[in-house]
Design a protein around this ligand. Structure first.
Ligand SMILES: *Cc1c(COP(=O)(O)O)cnc(C)c1O
Length: 390
């Protein structure tokens, strides 16, 4: 084990004691009671009172006007792209540094992900670099933004709040306004994260959340679409409910729709989790602060603090190696996992994955540099209980 790996394992031990998972769910409230309630009442599927209650709680928490709960975050993204009439022969700008779901959901519609670079302050899309890239490759024809190289329409930008850190939404909104395309926020990782005081997901036209088992709150599997646009909300609600027209006994579907709504039993879990969310966020911030302080004295790595323009939920904490050194990174991953502290590398950048190698892209030097330096570290909110100061 190298001296640095040793120091990192020692730092984890001093803070957390023996061993820790990366991000484990925490059921500490009304989860049993609400799920039992669904089973007792026989309302376990997409009809049932918890779905509406969960949507209302999310609307209250995020400040968004409309919330549509879905059965995964990926389904939420697909429904959004579909509702915006993104499809065959379109390109959607997505960060190369993201979880595969963002790019996958673009391809479900027949569209093509076009990968853009991230910046080091938030790990989200670099608006200035994207502006230069689009200015170089795109032109407006008949009011549509066209990639002059491929001839395809560039239909939207989908940003992502990496590990909970809000990306620079003002700069991205301005960019999208200037190029006449909508901004979509993949806010799967940023429930409880704010950009300049407003909850993430409210700055673009529409946003998506995820409640997968490893996210800040979980419904087992689940997601949501949030938007302040009335027409789009109605459209997405219809589309995700098999495009079925309300009728007492007839089944009339006015187009091909999706069965993407969240079941009641999952929503029940979600209601209980949202009651606990403020406490989770406090604990996650304490853990992040402890890491930031503890790693100050470890030469060779820095705990990531996030951008000054927002408040992060610190979904997944991370340390950055001073130098882009994948061999050293892997050696640290090996040593920490061996010692029982679950760590992992950032997602392999999208443009390096087999399904996406031939997709259009800008310069991705920062993404590749970050990929070689970044290590996610144990981040479950319950780890705050182990911190010595309380
Ligand atoms: C978790 C996640 C999603 C959605 O994942 P699901 O498992 O389908 O809920 C989408 N995008 C990002 C960036 C994610 O981290």
């Amino acid at each position: 084990m190298s001296a640095l790996s040793n120091r990192i394992v020692e730092t984890f031990r001093a803070l957390l004691g023996e061993g820790a998972g990366l991000h484990e769910p925490r059921f500490a409230g009304n989860e049993w009671a609400y799920v039992k309630d669904c089973i007792d009442a026989g309302w376990v599927s997409t009809a049932g009172a918890y779905v509406g209650r969960f949507e209302q709680m999310l609307a209250d928490f995020t400040g968004a006007k409309h919330v549509i709960a879905t059965n995964t975050g990926t389904a939420a993204l697909h429904a959004v792209f579909h509702a915006l009439e993104i499809g065959d022969g379109d390109e959607v700008i997505v960060p190369a540094m993201t979880f595969a779901a963002t790019a996958n959901a673009v391809t479900y519609t027949g569209a093509i992900p076009h990968f853009a670079d991230v910046e080091t302050v938030s790990l989200g899309l670099d608006a200035a670099k994207l502006r230069r890239h689009l200015s170089g490759i795109a032109e407006t024809r008949d009011g549509r933004l066209i990639n002059a190289g491929t001839g395809n329409r560039i239909a939207a930008v989908c940003c992502m709040h990496t590990f909970g850190h809000p990306c620079d939404l003002d700069a991205l909104s301005a960019l999208c306004d200037d190029f006449g395309i909508p901004l979509i926020e993949d806010a799967a990782e940023s429930l409880g994260s704010y950009y300049k005081g407003t909850h993430t997901g409210n700055h673009g036209l529409v946003a998506t959340l995820s409640f997968n088992g490893n996210k800040t709150v979980t419904t087992g599997g689940g997601g949501a679409i949030i938007t302040n646009d009335d027409r789009l909300a109605a459209e997405i609600r219809h589309l995700t409910t098999t495009a079925k027209q309300p009728h007492k006994w007839e089944f009339i579907h006015d187009r091909v729709g999706f069965n993407y709504r969240l079941p009641n039993i999952n929503a029940a879990l979600g209601c209980a989790q949202l009651e606990l969310l403020p406490g989770f966020l406090t604990d996650k911030r304490r853990l992040a602060d402890a890491y930031i302080q503890a790693f100050e004295s470890v030469d060779g790595v820095t705990a990531f603090t996030g951008p000054g323009w927002g408040t992060s939920n610190y979904w997944l904490n991370l340390i950055m190696l001073d130098d882009a050194d994948p061999v050293r990174r892997d050696e640290i991953l090996e040593a920490t996992n061996e010692a029982g502290f679950m760590t992992r590398a950032a997602w392999r950048p999208m443009h390096l994955l087999a399904p996406f190698v031939h997709m259009p892209k800008g310069d991705l030097a920062v993404t590749e540099d970050i990929y070689a330096r970044l290590i996610n570290i144990p981040s479950s909110s319950q780890l705050a209980d182990r911190l010595v100061d309380g």
